[in-house]
Design a binder for this molecule. Structure first.
Ligand code: PEP
Ligand code: MG
Length: 538
């Protein structure tokens, strides 16, 4: 059997399918079977939740002890006196345990959400998550969190970036989803992590096998199952030849990307965490052109503190030194939601409070990150990049926050480098249109074609139904890119592209013709992009 979706992250994989389902946490307010009986049901369910959390902690701690902490935190929350008192109040009114747990968690979460401290507000999502585990147990639903032994292909209607970042790279060979598109953040993460995936299957998702082996071709978007022996052997040969093509490109790993006309281009890597820096170096990246720092936050159980962030930034800078590392400040919101940071629901989150808008509204979150970045700067060649800029005022405000953080560190006798470069993402039409003005305030531009395409063409980057409209090669997008490049060069600053279309080799010739100075792509795509630059006709 053959199904086709969007081949979104290249590579071929063959393993048993494993479904991740989003659990149904809805509860009804009912009269219980008496307070004592409901109390006993609650206690039994909570005991089982503790055992599940212990088991999840043990498994997760082997791969990543810091990330495993979330399960300890959930245990603490289920023993929280306010939460337990709330449950007891519902039970003694004669209500069913499901409702008592759900409403106690909601009251506590609402209270946490009123607090000024962003870390405490983050705990609101944790209490809902932890209480949800008890509710599922009370409803008799199986725990969906545990993975079976061995290698698997994950199947899910959709995967949140916070779920993707936690996938065990050693066992998850690939994933397939009903929704999603080329520039959804889960897909970008998959490409960075080197996990093949096929997304946007639509109705086809329901025809996938419920169990058994699934073959995934992340380039063509093909999914095969119920294969004959001959079909299976043919798929394995296909996987081998893809691996061969990849090996042939490795000749370009150590090449310098210079066009025949002599224009030299930095071909850098996009990374999401310390673990990806190894790949960036191994594939011959000329630096890191985009470290999406929000993924550090997504894989952490709570806001990472200054020391944790410092350690991560330092590790990447040291790994790449003396090559430059561009770290982008927190770009949350839209399809990147932190489980522990309750951003109030928005009708249009892509147009809502995201990225620099959040950072400027949450001074303590921004300050912690800026201090960690500045302190890390002494360990390599750091460049700091601000996302989702739409106005000059935002750039000036961000720079002011940097100056304040520098002053603080100076007063505390903590060192930072004197030659950090500062840049802005050009990923909104407003930023591209104002690039002549913005260029006077920063050292470089980095064009984010994923968002620039989304906002220019009014086409949701994560919606497979508008993928014919979402086109980074659309003349309107190319016109804004060209305008940005001209304004950058007129002001003597560098301009790079770090959106997914930086790796589209059918556009490399155009990028070279307008003098793009840097292309930043997923680590595995670096050799192919260097080859395209060297073979361009510019
Ligand atoms: C972009 O928008 O092109 C970009 C690189 O940022 P992100 O994909 O993380 O939104
Ligand atoms: Mg973006």
């Amino acid at each position: 059997m053959l199904l086709k979706g969007i081949g979104a992250s290249p590579g071929a994989a063959l393993a048993p399918i494993h479904y991740i389902r989003q659990p149904d946490l809805s509860v009804k307010k009912l009269e219980g079977k008496g307070a004592a009986a409901e109390r006993a049901r609650f206690e039994r369910a909570r005991e089982r939740a503790f055992r599940e959390l212990d088991a999840l902690y043990e498994t997760a701690a082997q791969a990543d002890p810091a990330a495993a902490q979330i399960f300890e935190i959930h245990k603490l929350m289920l023993g929280d006196p306010d939460f337990c008192d709330g449950v007891e109040a519902g039970l003694s009114e004669g209500l069913n345990a499901e409702y008592a747990v759900s409403s106690a968690a909601a009251v506590l979460a609402d209270f946490l959400n009123t607090l000024d401290n962003a870390v405490m507000r983050g705990r609101a999502a944790d209490i809902r998550d932890a209480a949800g585990r008890i509710i599922l147990i009370l409803k008799g639903a199986a725990d969906g969190g545990a993975f079976p032994e061995g290698e698997i292909i994950v199947a899910a209607e959709d995967l949140l970036p916070s779920q993707t970042v936690r996938l065990d790279r050693n066992r998850v060979r690939g994933f397939v989803t009903k929704y999603g598109a080329m520039t959804s953040h889960s897909v970008i993460l998959a490409r960075t992590m080197g996990i093949p995936c096929v997304v946007g299957l639509g109705e086809g998702f329901d025809r996938l096998p419920k169990s058994g082996e699934l073959a995934v071709d992340g380039r063509s978007g093909e999914l095969l199952f119920d294969m004959s022996g001959a079909e299976r052997a043919a798929f394995l040969r296909r996987a081998e030849s893809a691996a061969g093509e990849k090996a042939a490109l490795s000749a370009y790993t150590s090449a310098n990307a210079v066009t025949p006309g002599g224009h030299s281009v930095l071909v850098c890597a996009n990374i999401g965490g310390v673990g990806d820096a190894e790949g960036a170096a191994a594939f011959g990246a000329d630096g890191v052109g985009l470290f999406r720092s929000e993924f550090l936050y997504l894989e952490s159980p709570g806001f990472p503190d200054e020391e944790t962030q410092l350690a991560a930034y330092r590790a990447v800078l040291e790994k790449l030194a003396p090559k430059p590392v561009t770290i982008r400040t927190l770009d949350l919101g839209s399809d990147k939601q932190l489980p522990y940071f309750d951003i109030p629901g928005e009708e249009n989150p892509a147009l809502g409070c995201r990225a620099i808008r959040i950072c400027l509204k949450e001074p303590s979150v921004f300050r912690t990150q800026l201090r960690a970045l500045l302190r890390a700067s002494v360990y390599g060649k750091l460049e700091i990049l601000f996302p989702m800029i739409t106005s000059l005022d935002q750039v000036l405000a961000a720079k002011e926050r940097v100056s304040a953080a520098k002053a603080e560190l100076g007063a505390e006798g903590l060192a930072y480098s004197g030659d950090i470069l500062f840049g802005v993402m050009i990923e909104t039409p407003a930023a591209a249109l104002m690039s002549d003005i913005l260029a006077r305030e920063v050292d470089f531009f980095s064009i984010g074609t994923n968002d620039l395409t989304q906002y220019t063409l009014a086409a949701d980057r994560t919606n497979a139904r508008v993928r014919d409209i979402f086109n980074p090669a659309d003349p309107a997008v190319l016109k804004l890119i060209k305008m940005t490049a001209e304004n950058a060069h007129a002001n003597g600053i560098r301009v790079g592209i770090c959106g997914e279309s930086a790796a589209d080799t059918s556009l490399t010739g155009f990028y070279m013709s307008i003098g793009i100075d840097e292309l930043s792509v997923s680590p595995a795509a670096v050799p192919a992009v260097k080859k395209a630059v060297i073979e361009s006709s510019v």
